[in-house]
Design a protein around this ligand. Structure first.
Ligand code: ATP
Ligand code: ATP
Ligand code: MG
Ligand code: MG
Ligand code: MG
Ligand code: MG
Length: 252
């Protein structure tokens, strides 16, 4: 390559290689989806098809980045967990983050019309961050934190929208009614006033979506080894049961 006198500017670029032997988590989150969901008439509190768009976009990311061992999504966010030993993009942080974030965004747009009736009114965008976890315990705690977040938000939102849509309370009155209540109070309110057993609501709303790679053998497969597929689960990942069943994630 010919050298030019301008080439020195390259030396201003900073090395952002991620240290070895850590879990790399990339989390993306929709920008102002409170407004985006309003503009596109999402059903409240949970628009199933909007979640399907998120899950399909995340599946596309996992198909492209084979070193993602697990992805976890809820609301307008998704976390992608790269295996500790990944050498993808020489572990360069900006490359990993920008490829995942942009592929997720473009896939979201490509998937949109498969699930949603309204056309996109504007281009959605997603922020992204890289977080590193040195131990398996840290990684499990991270995922537990995100799943606990779904629980808290979904229980609140379910009660809030019941009060607004079924009881005709204003948003402000519904908020006042729920202020200072504990989980048990909201469960009780749903049951007493609306006959809803929270635990019977769809698991995707209560637990979020976990994407894992699994071997599946379908009827048409000649090969008894089956093929690898990306499978959505809506299970509790906080309890150790999940990690005992899906031992391939931590490799033990
Ligand atoms: P920011 O840009 O800071 O992330 P935000 O408006 O996106 O702002 P979030 O905390 O990320 O705030 O919350 C996302 C919001 O998007 C939720 O509060 C909810 O209103 C809406 N939302 C996302 N997905 C769905 C869905 N499937 N069904 C209904 N509403 C949804
Ligand atoms: P990397 O993923 O490392 O960036 P790359 O194939 O994208 O690999 P670049 O150095 O970014 O490599 O080069 C982009 C290539 O895309 C060019 O070499 C050229 O072949 C092609 N390309 C981009 N824009 C155009 C265009 N407008 N017309 C024709 N070819 C184009
Ligand atoms: Mg945010
Ligand atoms: Mg958001
Ligand atoms: Mg969010
Ligand atoms: Mg290029």
């Amino acid at each position: 390559m010919a050298c030019s006198r301008y080439e020195y500017v390259k030396t201003y670029e900073q090395d952002d290689t991620i240290l070895p032997n850590v879990w790399i988590v990339i989390r993306i989150d929709g920008k102002k989806f409170h407004k985006f969901s309003k503009t596109h008439n999402f059903e409240k509190p949970n628009d199933e098809n909007a979640l399907n768009v998120m899950n399909a976009a995340a599946t596309a990311v996992m198909q492209e980045f084979r070193d993602v061992v697990l992805a976890y999504g809820q609301s307008d966010e998704y976390s992608f967990v790269f295996r500790k030993e990944t050498a993808a993009f020489k572990r360069r942080s900006a490359k990993l983050l920008t490829y995942v974030t942009s592929l997720f965004s473009t896939s979201y747009v490509m998937q949109w019309s498969k699930w949603m009736c309204l056309p996109l009114a504007y281009a959605p965008c997603f922020d992204g961050r890289v977080v590193l976890y040195p131990s398996d315990e840290n990684l499990r705690d991270y995922l537990s934190w995100r799943q606990a977040d779904v629980h808290v938000n979904n229980l609140y939102n379910t009660a809030f929208w019941k009060l607004v849509l079924d009881s005709g309370l204003s948003n402000q009155k519904a908020e006042e009614r729920l202020r200072g209540t504990f989980s048990a109070d909201k469960n009780e309110l749903l049951f007493q006033e609306f006959g809803i057993n929270y635990n019977n609501l769809p698991a995707m709303y209560r637990k979020g979506t976990i994407l894992l790679r699994k071997r599946v053998i379908s009827d048409g497969d000649n090969d008894q080894k089956g093929r690898q597929a990306i499978v959505p689960l809506h299970e509790d990942l906080i309890s150790s049961h999940f990690w005992k069943v899906h031992t391939e994630i931590l490799g033990k």
